[in-house]
Design a protein around this ligand. Structure first.
Ligand code: HPA
Length: 249
């Protein structure tokens, strides 16, 4: 039974496995019609607000991007009463405005993933959905996130195109050059099918991208090797303003 509604659901990405600021946390572990989510949904209070948190890769980062049960994750949040989902996505930066440490709120995306369960219409007999996806992120929620960032004094780049790649390997320099020509500003592995499924489920959805590194060949040091440790270190420093921003959302 839901006593109070959840005002915001947050899906944490690489390097964001918990929201330590959540108070009075309850854990909800539930199997959904789509199977098992990546882990428990933790519901608690952030400031005066009821917030749900789910670690996309599992709390021990055990689920790679292509094996995440995106449908179950969103379904678990929806079944707890969430209507607005803010996705935290760790990304590489492609264009000049998106260097390591930058936070961005993209307004477009291109999907380069393949072989993932990417729709609710997977099962025979399920209703065929052709949802509008011209604006892949909910404009109203994006505006709330941008306003919250201003209120919290957190620098956030408004707009940009997120390119979703298959992973789990990082990209080649040629792949990033192609993505730049396509119009991508950011590259990550988990933005799709999550955004499309959220739209099919009728959830408001926006992305808060945390730039952890220059994408392959995009930074000043073209031969730079990207390590997971660099990614985690940069996410940790870029995330300092997150609790204040989330509370304001
Ligand atoms: N490419 C894809 N996904 C990522 C990257 C990257 O460079 N950095 C963090 N997630």
């Amino acid at each position: 039974m839901m006593s109070e509604s959840i005002e915001l659901a947050v899906i944490g990405g690489t390097g964001v496995y918990a929201l330590a600021e959540l108070r009075g946390m309850e854990a909800h572990s539930r199997v959904t019609p789509y199977g098992q989510p990546s882990g428990p949904v933790r519901v608690g209070r952030l400031g005066g607000h009821r917030v749900a948190f789910l670690a996309r890769h599992g709390e021990g980062h055990s689920v790679p991007p292509h094996l995440i049960n995106y449908r179950a994750n969103l379904s678990a949040l929806k079944s707890l009463g969430a209507k607005r989902v803010l996705a935290l996505n760790t990304v590489g930066g492609i264009t000049a405005a998106f260097g390591p440490g930058v936070l961005g709120c993209p307004d477009q995306l291109i999907d380069y993933t393949w072989g993932r369960v990417s729709t609710l219409c997977e099962e025979p007999g399920s209703e065929v959905l052709h949802v509008d996806f011209g604006e892949p992120y909910t404009p109203q929620l994006r505006q709330s996130v941008l306003a919250a960032a201003r209120q919290a004094g957190v620098a956030l780049v408004d707009g940009g195109c997120y390119g979703a790649t298959q992973g789990p390997r990082l990209e080649t320099r040629a792949e990033i050059s192609r993505m730049r020509r396509d119009g991508c500003d950011l590259v990550g592995m988990t933005g799709m099918p999550e955004a499309g499924l959220a739209r099919e489920m009728g959830l408001e959805y926006a992305c808060l991208a945390i730039v952890a590194n220059w994408a392959a060949g995009a930074g000043p040091d073209v031969g730079e090797v990207i390590t997971l440790q660099d990614v985690l270190d940069n996410v940790a420093s870029a995330s300092a303003g997150l609790p204040a921003l989330l509370e304001a959302v």
